[in-house]
Design a protein around this ligand. Structure first.
Ligand code: NAD
Length: 498
């Protein structure tokens, strides 16, 4: 069957929740799912109520305590994760089609973000299963204690153990990748998972539930409960039987999740919003830099947490760079993600459209220069033109607030010191970029910018081997890499008298 036919078949019935290996309708009713490029209903999915979240957490707890998961050799966990990666790749066409239809991204981008990308991430995590280890340590205190009865000879070591039930809450912007970026490392570390995908885009997370069963993960190891943030998300974040909440979403919701998690002092991982700066110095290779700037901000119509939305350009080349990026933006083909020539799809929802347009209108009203774009397309669907703005002030709301749409602010600077100060003048600290041919400028900027990622002469070069996360209000903790795995485990000290 073609990916399109498979996806259309999948959409024929309302998609239920996955709890303890059973597919069941949620107690929160069903939600219609919208194609944001047409505003038409494409299907529906169950919404989890609090009682469903309770059942999912109980199922994850049973699975965690069951020997079939807890005693599973790490190599067998690895085999299952690798098998899941193969299944994601085999079904990439269908996953991509579903994400394009429900989230709006162009199909070519979805084939990467919903297929090859998450499959490679899973293979990286499969490798970790057999490499999570403690250490042996020579201890000194035993020799000096007055309690001679314990004797001087001890063997001391640490164990690195899974946390237990991990609650994962994911956003709508990259549905398959987000679901697997949370589930993959949690499973590699031996945890069980309750995944609450965004209520706007639950389809691929639910489809992954079927692939997890095919990959032979025991029932209850992953439970999938789409529901609203206010009901299912908040209940999961507050749940007393969840050991960690791993959240990706906006900074405002992240603060609420941290507050809810306090009840049982569960561990909290927060991957939040950003307003990421890119610095362009006058020695940069502009032929490569200008297209990279356009891609850094407009990919997925700006609905990427790392989007490079504040570009500071050295004054001598400022107008040339603005004009170059604006020319690319103005030529971008907007359309339905399933049309082959589409470069930019719609925003995900009417709400997101309203929020992005309100930011643009406020900038226009305050006299900022709209170099290109700035309008909603006069057609159905939540389309906003790629927009380049030269604001009057670096303190304008359009420069300071996360917009999560195709909106770029460009501003001039004179010196390296000024550029660093402007880059750091933000409550966020998720990502950043530097374009220069000077090694000295590149490394000085990398050291001075306060952000979790710095890309030099490239942008958004994400790889699961590299930890990601935010400084300041862009988050707590890191995902991916060794640190991402460590945050999903806990350390036990063991001392044995010999
Ligand atoms: P959001 O904060 O509105 O929602 C994210 C998730 O949280 C959804 O599943 C939602 O249902 C749930 N939620 C909402 N209210 C909740 C509550 N009170 N308690 C618990 N859960 C709740 O974010 P969004 O609009 O879906 O996504 C866009 C945001 O996500 C942007 O700010 C973007 O920067 C951020 N994001 C960050 C990263 C990262 O890695 N740092 C990646 C992608 C997106």
């Amino acid at each position: 069957m073609s990916p399109k036919k498979k996806a259309r078949t999948y959409l024929k019935k309302s998609r239920p929740l996955l709890i303890g290996g059973q597919w069941r309708d949620g107690n929160g009713g069903a939600q219609e799912l919208i194609d944001p490029a047409t505003e038409q209903v494409i299907g529906s999915a169950s919404l989890a109520a609090e009682a469903d979240v309770d059942l999912a957490v109980a199922a994850a707890r049973r699975a965690f305590d069951s020997p079939s998961w807890r005693r599973m050799p790490p190599a067998d966990r690895a085999k299952r994760l690798w098998r899941l990666a193969d299944l994601v790749e085999e079904n990439a066409g269908e996953l991509a089609y579903l994400d394009t239809l429900n989230q709006g991204m162009p199909l070519g981008l979805a084939e990467f973000l919903s297929g090859i990308g998450p499959a490679e991430a899973l293979r990286y995590y499969a490798g970790w299963c057999t490499k999570i280890e403690g250490s042996t340590t020579a201890i000194s205190m035993a020799d000096t204690r007055p309690f001679g009865a314990f004797g001087p000879a001890h063997h001391a070591y640490t164990l690195r153990e899974p946390l237990g039930v991990v609650g994962a809450i994911s956003p709508w912007n990259v549905p398959t990748l987000m679901a697997l970026a949370k589930t993959g490392p949690a499973l590699a570390a031996g945890n069980t998972v309750v995944l609450k995908p965004s209520e706007l885009t639950p389809l691929t997370a639910l489809r992954l539930g079927e692939l997890l069963a095919e990959a032979d993960f025991p029932d209850g190891v992953v439970n999938i409960v789409p529901g609203t943030g206010a009901v299912a998300g908040a209940h999961l974040a507050a749940h007393r039987d969840v050991e960690m909440i791993s959240f990706t979403g906006s900074t405002a919701t992240g603060k609420e999740v941290a507050r809810l998690a306090l009840g049982n002092l569960k561990r909290v991982g927060l991957e939040l919003g950003g307003k990421s700066p890119i610095l362009v110095f006058d020695d940069a290779d502009l032929e490569a830099t200008i297209p990279a700037l356009a891609e850094a901000v407009f990919m997925n119509s700006g609905q990427i947490c790392f989007a490079g939305t504040r570009v500071y350009v050295q004054r001598g080349i400022f107008e040339d760079v603005v004009e170059g990026v604006a020319r690319i933006a103005a030529a971008m083909k907007l359309g339905h993600g399933l049309e082959s020539e589409t470069e930019l799809g719609p925003l995900v929802s009417a709400r997101q459209l309203g929020s992005v347009m309100a930011h643009i209108q406020a900038a226009r009203a305050s006299g900022d220069r709209i170099v290109t774009g700035g309008n909603r397309l006069a057609r159905s669907g939540y389309f906003v033109e790629p927009t380049v703005i030269v604001p009057q002030s670096c303190n304008a709301p359009i420069v300071r607030e996360e917009i999560f749409g195709p909106v770029l602010c460009m501003m001039p600077f004179d010196t390296l010191e000024e550029a660093i100060a402007l880059a750091n003048d933000t409550p966020y600290g998720l990502a950043s970029g530097v374009f220069t041919s000077s090694l000295s400028i590149a490394h000085r900027a990398a050291a001075e910018i306060r952000a979790g990622s710095v890309w030099i002469n490239c942008y958004a070069m994400l790889d699961e081997a590299m930890p990601t996360g935010g400084y300041r209000q862009s988050g707590w903790g890191r995902e991916a890499g060794r640190q991402g795995i460590e945050e999903l485990t806990q350390t036990k000290s063991v001392v044995v008298r010999l």
